[in-house]
Design a binder for this molecule. Structure first.
Ligand SMILES: Cc1ncc(CN)c(N)n1
Length: 226
């Protein structure tokens, strides 16, 4: 009997290829990604990661297991204080100060939809539904980064090699195995409908990841002043 997390990741593999072949990642590989696309990504992603850590804080409060609470605590620290290294690599590529770049950022439409998908599950459902919607965040980036390294021998002086290696890093394996542990444990007590929701949450967030990259590549904005 396959684990629910194995099923969701298997079903999502085609989206990994689509993201890999879309403009943002191809531009990153060629190191000809426009500065506008990178700045737009950073403006949106700084806010995305802030909200991602807030949702982790909600899960920390929901948990009644100290080891689990410490996992969420570690992840809050990683997202708030360590992932900024990947952002700084992108800011160096643009050649501007990171804090300057992210000023004036907002939840552009695709980022807004993604963030609200996670919050909806955090407020309306439980930990497994929320983590299923959050899991593509580490998983997609690791899969895409590893696919880049498998298909390209990035030169030592490639300006975005750090970004790729940061996300391809094995550290993510430990994070994902904790996600898998919690999701698969909770799924044991769920109806078929409940399990289908976990899979749907994961696949929708994989699609949100694709839209997030394309949002930056096209500098997507709201049509009207929101
Ligand atoms: C939108 C998004 N998704 C995933 C990641 C990688 N943690 C990120 N920084 N931003």
């Amino acid at each position: 009997m396959k684990l629910i997390t194995e099923i969701m990741e298997e079903k999502a593999l085609p989206i990994v290829d689509k993201i890999y072949n879309d403009g943002f990642i191809q531009g990153l590989i060629r190191a000809d990604l426009s500065k506008e696309a990178v700045e737009h990504y950073l403006k949106a992603d700084a806010l995305y990661l802030e909200n991602f850590s807030d949702i982790y804080a909600m899960l920390l409060a929901k948990s009644n297991d100290k080891a689990e609470k410490n996992f969420f605590l570690d992840q809050i620290n990683f997202v708030l204080n360590e992932e900024i290294a990947a952002h700084k690599n992108l800011a160096d590529y643009v050649g501007r100060d990171y804090q300057e770049i992210i000023k004036g950022g907002e939840w552009y439409p695709s980022a807004d939809h993604y963030i609200k998908h996670m919050y909806y599950n955090a407020f309306a459902f439980g930990m497994a539904e929320t983590l299923s919607a959050m899991a593509p965040c580490p998983w997609i980036y690791q899969m895409v980064a590893r696919k880049i390294l498998a298909n390209h021998d990035l030169a030592e002086d490639h300006p975005l090699k750090f970004w790729v290696e940061f996300y391809a890093d094995g550290l993510v394996d430990e994070v994902l195995s904790e996600y898998h542990k919690i999701i698969n444990r909770e799924a044991e007590f769920m109806s078929e409908e409940g399990k289908q929701r976990l899979i749907k949450n994961f696949l929708e967030s994989c699609e949100h990841e694709r839209r997030f990259f394309n949002m930056a590549y096209t500098q997507e904005h709201w049509g009207l002043e929101v």
